[in-house]
Design a protein around this ligand. Structure first.
Ligand code: GUN
Length: 295
């Protein structure tokens, strides 16, 4: 079997065109574009590159973006002041703090300070709580991107056995909640570093979603023939043949797994572009909701 390659890049382009039309309608109705505020702390090259691609996508969709860049040495009080500034800015509908922070012990307090109505990453406890309760919420972008991709390419989720590898707060855990929600109806197994026999779980899965942050976490012998494989991993591995000195690989042994699966996402060009599109959608959702909520 040779897997169908699920082209996230072209799906995201479709979605971004839909969002651009909605952003133009918002602007016509309200006299301003929807706005996203991004806080970037430190100079990690991968974080810089993610933030730049989010800003470019905003510009292309007619969403205003502003950035507050702070040095790696910024104190928690300084980061919280930046969050407050964006929370209070009338033209900013979405607030995003790029993770990881140089000092990860600050993350919980910083994320808790984001106005839940502007929490376009869906990391605030209020939004996570609403998600668990099945209420409308701003939901994390990468899990939403995975679901959007599977829906748009017509992979059925209701009743499917789905294994998610990785229990991060950004991807694995919220994804397991979204997949098991009423209306989506997948049967979910959430595997992690302490899972006893990972291959036993993955071999029983109709869909395997890998968000472990480690190359070759999923190899061909771990996949049922005909399964669908979604690779959320983005890992930089040294590559002397590239001008940058590195190349991006996912968490899946792509070539070998593609020979066994029925469908698979590539890295890059799979889930990543959908994540960015979902950020734009959440910004638009937050902008519309803010204008209809009592202040
Ligand atoms: N770092 C890696 N993924 C994400 C994300 O989805 N949002 C933010 N804010 N930081 C990240």
């Amino acid at each position: 079997m040779s897997a169908r390659i699920l082209d996230g890049k072209s799906l995201a382009a479709e979605l971004r065109a839909e969002i651009a039309a909605d952003a133009a309608a918002f602007r016509a109705a309200h006299g301003r574009a929807p706005g996203l505020g991004v806080i970037l702390v430190g100079d990690d090259p991968a974080s810089r590159s993610y933030v730049t691609s989010k800003q470019k996508a905003c510009a292309a969709a007619g969403i205003q973006s502003r950035e507050i860049a702070l040095p790696a040495t910024a104190s928690q009080a300084e980061i919280l002041a930046a969050v407050r500034q964006l929370n209070e800015d009338e033209a900013t509908d979405g607030v995003l703090v790029q993770l990881p922070l140089p000092d990860s012990t600050m993350e919980a307090d910083v994320l808790a300070a984001v106005d839940p109505a502007k929490d376009v990453d869906g990391f605030h406890a209020l939004n996570i709580g609403r998600l668990v309760q099945g209420k409308p919420a701003l939901a994390p972008c990468t899990p939403c991107g995975v679901l959007e991709l599977l829906r748009r390419v017509g992979i059925p989720l209701a009743g499917a056995n789905v294994v998610v590898i990785g229990r991060s707060q950004i991807v694995g855990r919220p994804l397991s909640i979204l997949l098991s929600q009423k209306g989506t109806d997948a049967t979910v197994t959430l595997c992690h570093t302490r899972t006893r026999d990972l291959p036993q779980h993955t071999r029983a899965a109709d869909i395997v979603i890998v968000a472990a942050g480690r190359p070759n976490t999923l190899t061909a012998n771990m996949v049922k023939p005909g399964a669908v494989v979604v690779d959320v991993g983005v890992n930089r591995v040294p590559d002397a043949s590239r001008a940058s000195g590195y190349r991006l690989v996912g968490d899946v042994d792509f070539a070998a797994v593609a020979a066994r699966a029925s469908a698979i996402t590539p890295v890059p060009g799979g889930v990543g572009p959908l994540t960015v599109a979902m950020l734009l959608r959440n910004t638009l959702t937050a902008a519309r909701a803010r204008l209809t909520l009592p202040s």
